[in-house]
Write a new protein. Structure first.
Lengths: 109, 113
């Protein structure tokens, strides 16, 4: 079955800097790759997703890149703000979503 | 604007009790899922359902069962709660197919004492 590895487990950046979170997956049949943000006391919320026929997708300060050959995808957050502090999960789907272990992102003012 | 509702935010139960966690969605989604979330382990799938009265085991089904009598409701049952089932439980739903994101509830933090 699918296996998703996510790195790093914790990430601390200065406000205004960029943050990058990386994921690898094992099942070449996976064709849908969403990213979720989980704030304290809340359930994960979908923030951006990408499908296998696209190499990059951007939405304001966040972007996701996908390299199907290497089986890895990344989340990029630019101009980070304190409200970006949260736990972020990547996921990959061939039949159902398999999640990475999560990255706790802290933005330092 | 809440679309996936979990009946309790916090629960404290005793070892050996039968525990019911309820989840309701109002988006007419076919798929519903139960996950548990533990530090360092991410989200692990317990059970899922693609249709009414249908259920499939996920990665960690031992000690759990589920019920889906209506499309909008998916219940997770701990037949005899144990301390190692202390965790955050998350319900999610999605449209049928593998190309749709999930909508999660806010979670139920269960403590078994």
């Amino acid at each position: 079955g699918e296996n998703v590895e996510q790195h790093p487990s914790t990430l601390s950046v200065q406000e205004g800097d960029s943050a990058v979170i990386k994921c690898t997956y094992s099942d070449s049949a996976s064709n849908y790759f969403p990213w979720y943000k989980q704030e304290l006391g809340k359930g994960p919320q979908l923030i951006i997703d990408i499908r296998s026929n696209v190499g990059e997708k951007k939405d304001q300060r966040i972007a996701v890149t996908l390299n199907k050959t290497a089986k890895h995808f990344s989340l990029h957050i630019t101009e980070t703000q304190p409200e970006d502090s949260a736990v972020y999960f990547c996921a990959a789907s061939a039949q159902k979503l398999v999640f990475g272990q999560g990255t706790r992102l802290t933005i330092n003012p | 604007d809440v679309k996936v509702t979990q009946s309790s935010r916090y629960l404290v139960k005793r070892t050996g009790e039968k525990v019911f966690l309820e989840c309701v969605q109002d988006m007419d989604h076919e798929n519903m899922f139960w996950y548990r979330q533990d530090p360092g382990l991410g989200l692990r799938l317990i059970y899922f359902s693609y249709d009414v009265k249908m259920k499939e085991k996920g990665d960690i089904p031992e000690g759990y069962s589920v019920s889906r009598e209506k499309k909008e409701r998916f219940s997770l049952i701990l037949e005899s709660a144990s301390t190692n089932q202390t965790s955050m439980y998350l319900c999610a739903s999605s449209f049928w197919g593998n190309n749709y994101g999930y909508t999660f509830g806010s979670g139920t933090r269960l403590t078994v004492v």
